[in-house]
Ligand binder design. Structure first.
Ligand code: IPE
Ligand code: IPE
Ligand code: MG
Ligand code: MG
Ligand code: MG
Length: 287
C-alpha cells in the first residue's frame, strides 16, 4: 500500500478546514475585528501538517478521522497562534506568512497578540467541550507541549546573535517545533483510543527533520512557493543547524532523522503507511 501524500494531505486538510470553519467565531460576531483576524490567520493556506499527523497517528492505531477531529483542530489552532506571535516585530518581525501579509501588518499588533491568545484558549475549550473521555489526557498533552514550544521560542530568541553548541541548537529545535509535532502524532493515537507506544520517538524525529527542512528552505527556498520571506535566519543571527554544520550536513541530518522515524514505524505495519509518507514529505517538501 503506497500513499499519494499530496492527495492524502489535501483530502484531510479539507476536512480539518471544514471543522475549523464550524468552530471558529463568525466574522460578523462582535468583536468583529478579532474574529476576522483570527479567520484570516487560520484560513490562509497553511499545510495543516499537524492536524494531518493527528489523523495519520490515529489511523496508525486503527482509529478514524472523525473521532480525532477536535484534537486535530486544537493542534492547528495552537500552531497558528505560535506563528502569529512568532511573526510579531518583537520576535521574528515578518511581514509575510502563508502567502499573505502577517496579522500585525494586515490588522495591527494588539489584534495579532489577541488572535494568538484567543486561538490558544479556544484550542483548549474545543478539546474539552467535545465531551470525550480522553479530553483530559489530551488537554494535558497539548498544554505540556504548547508550554515546551514556548520554552523553545524563548531559547530561539535568547540565542539570536550568540553561538550555541550543537546540543543547545537541538534542544531549541525540539522545543519550538518538535514538541507540537510529537503531540500531534501521539495525540492522534490517544484520541483514537489506541496506544501511543512507539510514536513519541517518531514525533521527535519528524519534528527535528521538519525544523531542519524549515531552516534549509530559508536558505534555499523561494518566498513565492513558501509563502514567507527567505534568507531571514542568517540576517537575524538565528541559531540553526545549517548555520552550525553547513547545508550539506544539515540535509544529511534531516534524512537520517527521517530514516529513524521510518525505522521506528516499522513495527506498526500497513496502518502506518500514511505516517511513513508524511515522514518522507517532511524532508522533501518545497513549502
Ligand atoms: C512553520 O510551520 C513554523 C515552524 C514550526 C517551522 P509550517 O511550515 O507547518 O507552517 P504552515 O502551517 O504550513 O503555514
Ligand atoms: C517557528 O520557527 C517555530 C514556531 C512558530 C513555534 P521559525 O521562526 O523558524 O518559523 P518560520 O520560519 O518563521 O515559519
Ligand atoms: Mg522564530
Ligand atoms: Mg519565524
Ligand atoms: Mg524558519
Amino acid at each position: 500500500v503506497s500513499v499519494d501524500v499530496a492527495a492524502y494531505m489535501k483530502e484531510r486538510a479539507a476536512a480539518v478546514d471544514a471543522a475549523l470553519d464550524r468552530f471558529l467565531p463568525a466574522e460578523s460576531v462582535r468583536p468583529e475585528r478579532l474574529h476576522t483576524a483570527m479567520r484570516y490567520s487560520v484560513f490562509a493556506g497553511g499545510k495543516r501538517l499537524r492536524p494531518v499527523l493527528v489523523i495519520a497517528g490515529a489511523e496508525a492505531v486503527g482509529g478514524r478521522m472523525d473521532d480525532v477531529m477536535p484534537t486535530a483542530c486544537a493542534m492547528e489552532m495552537i500552531h497558528t497562534y505560535s506563528l502569529v506571535h512568532d511573526d510579531l516585530p518583537c520576535m521574528d518581525d515578518d511581514d509575510l506568512r502563508r502567502g499573505r501579509a502577517t496579522v500585525h501588518k494586515a490588522f495591527d499588533e494588539p489584534t495579532a497578540l489577541l488572535v494568538g491568545d484567543g486561538l490558544q484558549s479556544l484550542a483548549f475549550r474545543h478539546l474539552l467541550a467535545a465531551g470525550d473521555p480522553r479530553a483530559a489526557p489530551l488537554a494535558s498533552l497539548l498544554a505540556h507541549n504548547a508550554w515546551r514550544m514556548v520554552q523553545g521560542q524563548a531559547l530561539d530568541m535568547d540565542a539570536q546573535g550568540r553561538a550555541l553548541t550543537e546540543s543547545e541548537v537541538l534542544e531549541l529545535m525540539a522545543g519550538k517545533t518538535g514538541a507540537l509535532i510529537t503531540a500531534a502524532v501521539v495525540g492522534g493515537a490517544i484520541a483514537a483510543s489506541g496506544s501511543p507506544s512507539g510514536l513519541e520517538p517518531v514525533g521527535q524525529r519528524l519534528g527535528l527533520a521538519f525544523q531542519i527542512a524549515d531552516d534549509l528552505l530559508d536558505l534555499t527556498g523561494d518566498a513565492a512557493t513558501l509563502g514567507k520571506r527567505v534568507g531571514k535566519d542568517q540576517a537575524a543571527g538565528k541559531a540553526t543547524l545549517p548555520a552550525l554544520v553547513g547545508v550539506d550536513e544539515a540535509r544529511r541530518r534531516a534524512d537520517t532523522a527521517c530514516d529513524e522515524a521510518l525505522a521506528a514505524l516499522a513495527p506498526l505495519g500497513a496502518p502506518a503507511e500514511a505516517l511513513r509518507a508524511l515522514a518522507r514529505f517532511v524532508v522533501t517538501r518545497k513549502r
